[in-house]
Structure formats: structure tokens, C-alpha cells
Design a protein around this ligand. Structure first.
Ligand code: FES
Length: 103
């Protein structure tokens, strides 16, 4: 499914950090690390914390509430108490915009 949505200006995604915006009613976190963009669900699967309030270490986002970690490339949980994956989404940059595919 080629369902790309322009979500955020590329310049608004901080380098080696995370921000979040609403995309089609979903709370989506956007990351930039080593010049690459990534997107995942912004809500932790362990609780109701927003990952955009956490810290990014390389490709690992640390939840601000209990310090569970996820790999932003595929959403897999990396340490307790995170055990269920977050969804990771395909992104691409076109004309200065980050597009995300939520399908
Ligand atoms: Fe994220 Fe608990 S809410 S680790």
C-alpha cells in the first residue's frame, strides 16, 4: 500500500532526538539519527507514556516513565519492562517533508 502522508518538515525533526506530531489521528514519534529518519508509535506499549518525552540513544528510544527501550528501526522491545513491540513505520523525505506510511 503506497499511502504516504506528509507529516512534518524534515527541518523540524531534531538531529539525534525525537519529536512527535499527530498524523491522521495517530500520535507518531519522529526521529533523526545518523542523518536517517524514523517513525514509530509515540505511546509506549508498557504504559501511557509518550516516547517523545524520553531520550534517544543511537537507534534506541528510552521511555521516560520506566526506562523501557525500543529499537526505532523495527519497534522491537530491548529491555524490561517493555515487552511488546511498538509499531515502526516506513518514512521517506521529499521536498523537505517527512512522509510516513501508516499502513
Ligand atoms: Fe514505558 Fe513503562 S510506560 S516502560
Amino acid at each position: 500500500n503506497e499511502d504516504w502522508i506528509a507529516a512534518i518538515a524534515a527541518a523540524e525533526v531534531p538531529e539525534d532526538d525525537v519529536t512527535a506530531v499527530q498524523v491522521a489521528g495517530h500520535d507518531i514519534a519522529f526521529y533523526k539519527t545518523e542523518g536517517q529518519y524514523y517513525a514509530t508509535d509515540n505511546i509506549c506499549t508498557h504504559g501511557q507514556a509518550r516516547l517523545c518525552d524520553g531520550f534517544l540513544y543511537g537507534h534506541e528510544i528510552e521511555c521516560p516513565l520506566h526506562q523501557g527501550r525500543f529499537d526505532i528501526r523495527d519497534g522491537r522491545p530491548l529491555c524490561a519492562p517493555a515487552s511488546a513491540p511498538i509499531k515502526a513505520y516506513a518514512v521517506k523525505v521529499e521536498n523537505g517533508q517527512v512522509l510516513v506510511n501508516l499502513s
